[in-house]
Structure formats: structure tokens, C-alpha cells
Design a protein around this ligand. Structure first.
Ligand code: ADP
Ligand code: MG
Length: 709
């Protein structure tokens, strides 16, 4: 089944589209998440790496500072040794000592100046000048500290040297006391900050990095970048002093610089045994810049790859979407086609049934015609008390006539006599009849148009159709209900149409019943109650009139039968008033009766002869033409329509109209062949079956002189 296959395909392609949508989201999300994860991880890595570098650099700075202090201590030792046993006077006068001191530090850039200071604070000898200009440093922190107690190697704050005029810090030691004197002056070395700053400059890789030497009390001895002559110290609550107080000898911490406001990652280390710490700080910006550089490199790989992935997925999605749309279109088309094929099959079935019932009904009609004619003749020859026996037979034959009429209506082969009429008016005249056909517990509602809705149909058939529909509605409402009869003009896609709708509130039909309800002999009613010919008649009537009939119904929802009919643009014909006194032409009326069915022919001829007509017969159309060639003195030709040997009643009528326009033609037929339309104006039609009386009346009507209306 191609439709099932298409449905499966549609589901599959919809699934594909869904999958690709998810993939599209994933193709953006997964690389993004991965990138974020890598960035996060790399952030940690970069900080760890920065910390390792800081520790390494701090170690180098520590080693360097240790070496500086070692040298300083050795110089102090040399000075002490050289002056051991010398009095302050001797020291002050010795140019030799000055020379010694000068050469002692000549090769040592880390020591700017050395000097000997007596217990009063007067500088007595030194490496710079000789004789020395009078200088007193008794007010200096380092002097006072050493004078009050032996401070070992004491390291001063950063100061501007009075002798050198340079920025420096001093390392002092008490002179080894001779002869047990408690305080015999101090030995002094000065470390120029310039020397250290020059070295630090070589260590840092960025001018924003900072290096400093800090005394345990927070006083900053040297700092890079240089801060000039300003004396700075760490606040007591600084992280570094906190770490010192805890006794930590090294570590890494993060601070916001009080001096420059830059956030840094700092490392520090104690330069044992001195109360001195080296610190090294790297701005966080710099660390982050390194991280950002890494991310940029990752992005350079990840972004194009992601874009390519997204592009490919998007392309695939577009393809799948258009495929899905196409499949949907196909399946819709296939569905529509299947519905159309079903409708076609249904109408073909009804058509075939119509052919079959039409054939049966036609033959049956001939028999009925013969029976009725003979019955009529019998009536004339029987004594009066015998006639009542015929009544039963006549009633039965009349019923049979109604039945064949309905069959022919379904097969659309009944002889019809369409007239232009107003649908609303016609329905209004039926009101009485319909009211009588329903029960008291059923209400009839009317929705009829005010403006005329003109259609061209057989009024008798219209009445029968409406009656059938109302009876069906009644039967569907055993407990009572409402029937609505509505007519209107409606604009449909096929143009304006007349619509007749019979709606009921009855039991409704399940789909399988609705599908077959138009079929002749289809009934759900108990045996003897339904014939199954009601709706088939309605359907045949609608189709024959150029319209259609449809059912919409569902169980317990009631039923709507909708009959559409083409609108007619012609105006209704006035009712023909039969003329009271018939003027018959002079002399006997000559008729030519053409009929292939011997039974019908016999009965017809008999009836007409008894009515006083002079009758000549022919078995078929060709035979009739032969007779006419020899003798055309006929007033009326009465002819069957369907006849053997190639000449039908219609052919015959056409020939006669051409050759012998004076002769009238009456066609008798069970069929109403479509080709009759061409002759409608001139050829009269009498539907079978008929009684001899009816035939005679029609013949006489034809012979009346035509009067202008
Ligand atoms: P019949 O009335 O003789 O059965 P119809 O051709 O008129 O034959 O109807 C055929 C069948 O359609 C009915 O037997 C009935 O089942 C169903 N039917 C017709 N009209 C209606 C209706 N208005 N409501 C419910 N069922 C209906
Ligand atoms: Mg019925």
C-alpha cells in the first residue's frame, strides 16, 4: 500500500528532522561546553604555573640577598680584625686604615661605604674620604639601638646616607669590646639600594612586577619599581606581616597593592637568620593575559571546526526539512487521490446497479403496459358484477407501476417531464401531504427562501423524493423528534446551486450504512417494512436532474440528506389548461403504431381501435419507414423508443420531422434517453406503463390545433 509506505516515510523524515535539530543544538553546545571546561582547567593551570614561577623567582632573590648579607658580614669581620686593639684616636688618625677600608670594598658593588663610629656617635674613619669631615650619627636608629644593647648584625631602615648622600640601608655591628668594655662603638656597612634595584630589573619580565626587601617590622628597605626617597612600610594588618607573625618562612598570597592599587600574586621568603623577607609580586592582569592568549589559540582551532560542524548540520537539516515537506505533500496527494478513487468506485457501482435495475424495470414495464391494456379491454367486455374482481388486479398493477417507476428513477431511465419551478413554492405545496405522512410526536420545521430558487426538474419526482426523505426521517425517530426541510441558493466552489436539505434528529447511520444507503434494495428495516428503494430514487432523481445527493450522518447524531440541483435561468411555464371541448379533425384519425414488443403492440392496437382510431402497425423503425414511403397519410405516429434493426424511435421521429413535417409523433417509453432533448419541443413523450385511456387522451391532445398562448 503506497499510502502506508508514504506515512512511514513521513514519520521517518520527521524523526530525521528532530534528530538533526538536536544535533544542531549539540554541535554548538558541545564545543562551547568543551571550550568552557578547557578554559576553566587552563585557568587553574596558568595560575599554578604562575605560582611555580613566583616561588622559583623568590628563591633566586632569596639566594641573592643571602649572598649580599654574607659579603657584608665578611667585610664587618675584616674591619673588626683590622682595628682590633686600636684606640679611637689611632683609628681616627690612621690613613693606612682608610686605605685598607677603601680597597676592602673596592671590588664589592653591593657595599657602598664602610665606616667606624665611636661610642659618642662620631664617624672616625671610613672608606670614602680622609681626613673625614666631622659627622655625627648619634641620633640614628641603628646607633641608638646598638648603644642600648648588642643587636648583632642590625639592619637599618632605608635612609639617605649623610656621608654618601645616596639611598641605602646600613648593616651595623658592635665593635668587639677590648678589655671587657661594654660598648666600644660600631662598625657600619651601607648597601646602596641602586645596586639591588639594578639586579631586580634583570629578574623581572614586566615593569608591573614588583620586588621588595621588607624588615620584620614592615619597613620597606628596597622596592622595585623604585619609589624614590619615600620611606614606606607595610601596615600592621598587611597579609605579609600577618604571615610573618604566624612564623611562616615562605608562601604565596594574593594582595591588592597599597602603593599602586594593582592586584598581584605575591611570593615571599624569609632570609634567615636576618629579620628580612624578600617578596616578588606578579600582577594578576599579566597572568590573565597569558591565559587569554592560550584561549585565543584554542579558539583559533575550535571556532572554525565548530562553524564547519554547524554549517554541515544546518545543511543536512534544511535538506531533511524540505524532504519532509515533500513527503507530506505526497502523502496528502495520495490521500486525496485515494478518496477520489473511492468516490469514483462508489459511483461506478451505483451506475452498474442502475444499468441492471433499469434493464429489468424496462422489460417489466412492457409487461405492465400489456397487462394494463388488456385489463382495460376486459373491463369493457365483462358484465358489471365481474368488474369488481378486476379492481384488485388493477391496484396490484398500479403498485407495480410505482415500483418500476422508482427503479427507473434510480437508474435515471424513467421518462421524465422536467419543468422550471420554484423550489420554495413546490415545497410549500407539499406541506399538507408531508404533515399527513409523519406522526404527531414529530415536528416539521421549514426554512424556505423568500426569493425564488428556480430549478428544472420533474415535479412528480421532486415530490416523491421529498416524501421518501421525510418518511426515512420519520422511521429513524421512533421516539419522536424534529424534521427540518430547508431550501436555499448556495454559492459553492462549482458555482451557485439550489440546495434541498432534509435534517432529522433521529438515530443516524453508522458509516457502513451511510456508504450503502443509496444502493437500491439496501435496507436495514425488517422484512416487509423497507424496500431499500427510497434513497436510491432520491439519488437517481438528483443525478438525472444534473445534481447530486449526499448523506452526512453519525449514530445518535441525526442525519442530513443534501440534494443539490442546478439553478435554472428560465422562468416557470404557466400551467397548461386543458381545453374543454376538443375539436376533432374531420374523418377518421389514422395512426401508425411502431412497437417491437408483440404483447404491448397487441394491447395498444386493440385499445386504440376501440377508441375509434384507424390503426396500422409496424414491428420496428425500419418497417415503419417502409410503410411511410408507400403511404404517408397518417395523422399521428405512436412509436416505442428502443427498437431493433438500427432505427430507434428517435431516429424515426427525426426522419419524419424532416420528410413529413405534418405528421405528429408520440414516443412511448420506459426510458428517458438523453437524446430526446433535441426533439423535446416537437415530440411528445408518454411514459410507460399507461392505460389505453391515457394513450388515447394524449393522441387527441396532439391533434388539437395549436393555439398561441
Ligand atoms: P428503506 O427506507 O426502504 O429502508 P431507503 O433507501 O430509503 O430504504 O433507505 C435505506 C436505508 O438507509 C434505511 O434502511 C436506513 O437504514 C437508512 N436511512 C435512510 N434514511 C435514514 C435516516 N433519515 N436516518 C437514519 N437512517 C436512514
Ligand atoms: Mg425509505
Amino acid at each position: 500500500m503506497p499510502l502506508r509506505y508514504l506515512d512511514a516515510l513521513a514519520t521517518e523524515s520527521a524523526g530525521m528532522v528532530r534528530l538533526l535539530r538536536i544535533l544542531l543544538v549539540a554541535s554548538v553546545l558541545v564545543p562551547s561546553l568543551l571550550f568552557a571546561a578547557i578554559a576553566w582547567h587552563d585557568h587553574g593551570e596558568v595560575e599554578a604555573e604562575a605560582e611555580r614561577n613566583i616561588r622559583k623567582t623568590v628563591l633566586i632573590l632569596h639566594e641573592h640577598t643571602r649572598k649580599v648579607f654574607d659579603t657584608v658580614e665578611q667585610v664587618l669581620d675584616r674591619m673588626d680584625e683590622r682595628t682590633a686593639g686600636m684606640s679611637w684616636d689611632e683609628i681616627g688618625r690612621s690613613e693606612d686604615l682608610h686605605g685598607y677600608l677603601r680597597t676592602l670594598i673596592e671590588e664589592l658593588p653591593q657595599i657602598g661605604i664602610v665606616g667606624m663610629i665611636d661610642p659618642n656617635g662620631t664617624v672616625r674613619n671610613g672608606s670614602r674620604l680622609f681626613p673625614i669631615p666631622p659627622t655625627n650619627v648619634g641620633d640614628r636608629e641603628y646607633f641608638r639601638t646598638q648603644a642600648s644593647a648588642d643587636a648583632g648584625a642590625f639592619i637599618s631602615e632605608a635612609i639617605t646616607g649623610r656621608g654618601s648622600g645616596k639611598r641605602q640601608f646600613n648593616v651595623t655591628r658592635r665593635r668587639s669590646a677590648a678589655g671587657g668594655r661594654p660598648f666600644d662603638g660600631i662598625l657600619l656597612t651601607a648597601v646602596p639600594t641602586d645596586y639591588l634595584v639594578d639586579f631586580y630589573q634583570l629578574v623581572v619580565s614586566d615593569p608591573k612586577e614588583s620586588i621588595s626587601l621588607v624588615r620584620r617590622d614592615g619597613s620597606v628597605l628596597v622596592r622595585f619599581p623604585s619609589m624614590g626617597d619615600r620611606q614606606t612600610r607595610h601596615a600592621a594588618d598587611s597579609t605579609l606581616l600577618g604571615a610573618m607573625a604566624e612564623g611562616r618562612t615562605e608562601g604565596v598570597f594574593r594582595t591588592r597593592g597599597r602603593i599602586d592599587g594593582v592586584t598581584r600574586l605575591n611570593g615571599f621568603m624569609h632570609v634567615a637568620p636576618y629579620p628580612i623577607y624578600v617578596t616578588y609580586g606578579v600582577p594578576m592582569n599579566e597572568i590573565r593575559a597569558g591565559w587569554a592568549r592560550n584561549l585565543l589559540i584554542y579558539a583559533a582551532f575550535a571556532v572554525p571546526a565548530t562553524l564547519a560542524l554547524v554549517g554541515i548540520t544546518l545543511l543536512a537539516l534544511r535538506r531533511a526539512q524540505s524532504e519532509m515537506r515533500a513527503v507530506r505533500r505526497w502523502s496528502q496527494e495520495a490521500r486525496a487521490r485515494e478518496a477520489l478513487e473511492n468516490a469514483l468506485r462508489q459511483s461506478q457501482k451505483l451506475e452498474a446497479l442502475g444499468q441492471l435495475t433499469g434493464g429489468v424495470a424496462h422489460d417489466f414495464n412492457n409487461l405492465l403496459t400489456a397487462a394494463l391494456a388488456n385489463l382495460h379491454l376486459m373491463e369493457r367486455h365483462l358484465p358489471a358484477d365481474g368488474i369488481r374482481y378486476l379492481d384488485g388486479t388493477r391496484t396490484a398493477l398500479e403498485r407495480a407501476r410505482t415500483l418500476t417507476g422508482q427503479l427507473l428513477a434510480f437508474s435515471r431511465q424513467e421518462a421524465v417531464d422536467p419543468k422550471v419551478l420554484d423550489l420554495g413554492d413546490s415545497l410549500r405545496t407539499m406541506a399538507d401531504l408531508l404533515e399527513r405522512s409523519i406522526r404527531a410526536d414529530i415536528a416539521l420545521d421549514w426554512t424556505l427562501p423568500v426569493a425564488p430558487v428556480r430549478v428544472e426538474v420533474d415535479p412528480v419526482q421532486l415530490e416523491l423524493a421529498v416524501l421518501n426523505l421525510v418518511v426515512n426521517a420519520r422511521d429513524a425517530m421512533p421516539a419522536g423528534g424534529r424534521i427540518r426541510i430547508a431550501a436555499r441558493r448556495e454559492d459553492t466552489p462549482d458555482g451557485p446551486l439550489a440546495v434541498l436539505e432534509i435534517t432529522d434528529t433521529g438515530s443516524g447511520m453508522p458509516p457502513e450504512v451511510a456508504a450503502r444507503a443509496f444502493e437500491p434494495f439496501f435496507t436495514t428495516k425488517p422484512h416487509g417494512r423497507g424496500t431499500g428503494l427510497g434513497l436510491s430514487m432520491v439519488y437517481g432523481f438528483a443525478r438525472q436532474s444534473g445534481g447530486n445527493a449526499t448523506i452526512s450522518s453519525a449514530p445518535r447524531r441525526g442525519t442530513v440528506v443534501r440534494v443539490t440541483l442546478p439553478l435554472s435561468s428560465r422562468t416557470p411555464e404557466p400551467e397548461a389548461v386543458p381545453e374543454a371541448a376538443a375539436e376533432m379533425p374531420d374523418g377518421p384519425v389514422r395512426l401508425l403504431v411502431v412497437e417491437d414488443n408483440a404483447l404491448v403492440l397487441m394491447a395498444t392496437v386493440e385499445g386504440l381501435t376501440q377508441e375509434g382510431f384507424e390503426v396500422v402497425t409496424a414491428d420496428h423503425g425500419a418497417a415503419a419507414l417502409e410503410i411511410l414511403e408507400r403511404d404517408a397519410a397518417f395523422d399521428v405516429i405512436v412509436s416505442d423508443v428502443v427498437m431493433p434493426y438500427g432505427v430507434s424511435g428517435i431516429d424515426l421521429a427525426r426522419r419524419v420531422q424532416e420528410r413529413w413535417p405534418g405528421i405528429r409523433i408520440l414516443l412511448i417509453s420506459g426510458y428517458s434517453p438523453e437524446s430526446l432533448t433535441g426533439l423535446k419541443a416537437d415530440a411528445a413523450v408518454l411514459p410507460k406503463p399507461f392505460t389505453p385511456d391515457q394513450l388515447a387522451a394524449r393522441v387527441r391532445a396532439l391533434l388539437r390545433p395549436v393555439k398561441a398562448a
